[in-house]
Design a protein around this ligand. Sequence first.
Ligand SMILES: [Ca+2]
Ligand SMILES: [Ca+2]
Ligand SMILES: [Ca+2]
Ligand SMILES: [Ca+2]
Length: 493
Amino acid sequence: MICSLLESSTLRLLAMASLALNIAAAQSGHPTPSPPPPGAKTTKCSGRPVPQLDDITSSTGISFTHTSDPSKKYIVESMSGGVILIDYDRDGWPDIFFTNAPTVEMAAKGEKSLGALYHNNHDGTFTDVTAKSGLTTRCFGMGGAVGDYNNDGWPDIYETCLGGNVLYRNNGDGTFTDVTAKAGVADGRWSTGAAFGDYDGDGFVDLMVVNYVDFHLDDLPGFGKAPFCKYRGIDVQCGPRGLRGAGDSLFHNNGDGTFTEVSKSAGVADANGYYGLGVIWADFNNTGRPDIYIANDSTPKYLYKNEGNGEFKDIGLESGTAVSEDGSEQASMGIAIGDYNHTGRSSLSVTNFADENDLLYRNEGDWNFKEVSYPSGVALPSLPWVKWGTAFVDLDNDGWLDLIAVSGHVYPQVDSLPAGGGYRQPKLLHLNQKDGTFCDASDLAGPALKQRRVSRGLAVGDLFNDGNMDVVVGDIDGAPMILRNRASQVAIG
Ligand SMILES: [Ca+2]
Ligand SMILES: [Ca+2]
Ligand SMILES: [Ca+2]
Ligand SMILES: [Ca+2]
């Protein structure tokens, strides 16, 4: 909220009132977002080094390509493309797992997809070890999370899917075993985001899973057939507006390899059926007990405060993190978390749809967040694009977190429109100016970020142990991108 503490309660009341209006408007098509505030401008980075992100994919040996139906007639075909970094063999070098999803036509014939695990060979190349790793349970994959659920020191993988998620136990010898049934964490709905966090302090990580639309392959919404299946006058896939949402799951870790689903008693079941996409655990008020933040598409976001007794309370609206400053619910595809302004508190950034700016919620402490998207400089450059995976990451090693996001539209049909960002889109890079603001370096970090792609997943890590954080991007139409950060080879922006 861009206002003082006293003013903010008034603004939030207004926000709640306009929220009801927006939910009504949301029943048909895309509501019109508010225009940028007067005087909003982009600050291009200048007079400073800009880290160069080189596309080295072709020399890495990574040949994975996401399965794709080019027409994307169903929303479920637009939402995959997750990527996970995991040092599964604990050799000190991050390895990469890409999720994959079939087309609806394939799924109707009972076909599912195989993701891909690539082992980091320490020399800039990777080897496909999917088959021998046992990460071979096929599903309609989306994203996932890494956590050591059984405290044996080996990181395990949870993959989210449509119609049944998968928990892979890391056996510590380069192989995994699908333990979903024993662990009781399949869910079975259309799961998108997942995250591990120990909310009750018993030493075992618990698992929050968010679900998107109540989607059934045997009851497909007809392409272009209803008002909510139109975009700027053209026929597109239906949803999420107009479709039923799905609730969320919290799996409490019993400490014996099994979990118990406790979302109702914990207060995080999402009885509203909001369209969940992203989830993170973060200890927003530094009590040692992590809270939950959930990005819901086209509906208010949840900030679940950990009450310390196994229960959570949604304080999204009161905290200022449920909607934008003007009370709009937005598409909310990705979440980044980080102390970008060195206050000791975790702030939040959320990526949004085209014409909806990305959000920066500055954590002021005491559960008060200020939306500073425009004044911080991250909003305006984001407006043309449909943004997904995002992260706070210090790409130039100056000790201050920068912000990166990847983009790509959901409707291939937008290429027939005379205006707009198109289906394939570039990426966004905001460099931290150490004063609470960011400058735009999206077209200064080398050609890779400017290349138009249909990106979804984003993971950051030091792939080559050279002290520079690298970037891995999962695309839904085509191959992923491995972006090597050559922080030492800088261009002066
Ligand atoms: Ca490794
Ligand atoms: Ca483990
Ligand atoms: Ca726990
Ligand atoms: Ca930085």
